[in-house]
Write a protein that binds this ligand. Structure first.
Ligand code: NAP
Length: 249
């Protein structure tokens, strides 16, 4: 890497996002960490202090709900004001509100679409404007194998993650000539708070359907994102890369 680059990771208070922030810090990027609410800032500042101490980079924090366009814009602006630019954007923030379609409440459908899909669009839109001017950028969007194959009980989540793939492929075409790549990562089942909600019996049944016979680790997803964010990945764009231990949904 020629000069220090600056990366935003949405939803980096825990789970996959925290592992991605750590991987990018390890690779020498300054990082802008994000959680959804002010009440999460104390914890986020501890994550930031740990990264600064271990990797000698700068780590700043911004509480912003990515589903709200003005808050997503403030997140991108904070990174530029405090670190100097936004070179990498990882759209990782995501939620689930599972239920069978016939029983799903409208508000549960809308909430998942707002955070996972609209939130990704909001951050891409605000960051792409900055990246186009500097003629460099790396955007990595967190999809899911559920967005590729569907999953019973997750119509809202599957729709949001399939939509993320649509954003990724379209934006890749809009931005490639400006030296900006846009890719999606589609994890299978990864051990985090999100999947901890599953019972042991459910986890066992799922592991049986995974060729690797285990859930993935957040650090394994982070390693893939770290590569896509790097300068070496300049000729990869518009791709959806599954990281699922050989799972067939
Ligand atoms: P997680 O442990 O539940 O963490 C979710 C993160 O997103 C938290 O940092 C949370 O921040 C943040 N967040 C939620 N809503 C937000 C909002 N409106 N604005 C900003 N931040 C928000 O989830 P995870 O398992 O690490 O998943 C991370 C991503 O990977 C998600 O997009 C998920 O869909 C995707 N994914 C996960 C799996 C899996 O098996 N775990 C598989 C495929 C894809 P707060 O602290 O503010 O809540």
């Amino acid at each position: 890497m020629t000069a220090t680059k600056n990366a935003i990771v949405t939803g980096s208070s825990r789970g996959i996002g925290a592992a991605i922030a750590q991987k990018l810090a390890e690779q020498g990027y300054n990082v802008c960490l994000n959680c959804s609410r002010e009440s999460g800032l104390d914890h986020l500042r501890q994550v930031a202090a740990d990264l600064e101490e271990r990797f000698g980079v700068r780590a700043v924090c911004c509480a912003a709900n990515v589903a709200v366009p003005e808050e997503a814009q403030r997140l991108i602006d904070t990174c530029v004001e405090e670190l100097g630019s936004v070179d990498v954007l990882v759209n990782n923030a995501g939620i689930t509100k599972d239920g069978l379609a016939v029983r799903m409440k409208d508000e549960d459908f809308d909430a998942v679409i707002s955070v996972n899909l609209k939130g990704t669009f909001n951050c891409c839109k605000a960051a792409a404007a900055k990246m186009m001017k500097q003629r460099f950028g790396r955007i990595v969007n967190m999809s899911s194998v559920v967005g590729v194959a569907g999953n019973a009980g997750q119509v809202n989540y599957a729709a949001s993650k399939a939509g993320v793939i649509g954003i990724t492929k379209s934006l890749a075409k809009e931005l490639a000539a400006r030296n900006i790549t846009v890719n999606a990562v589609a994890p299978g089942f990864i051990a985090t708070d999100m999947t901890d909600a599953l019972s042991d019996a459910q986890k066992g049944a799922i592991s049986e359907r995974i060729a690797a016979k285990r859930f993935g680790e957040a650090e394994e997803v982070a390693a893939l994102v770290g590569f896509l964010a790097s300068e070496q990945a300049a000729y990869i764009t518009g791709q959806v890369i599954c990281i699922d231990g050989g799972m067939a949904l």
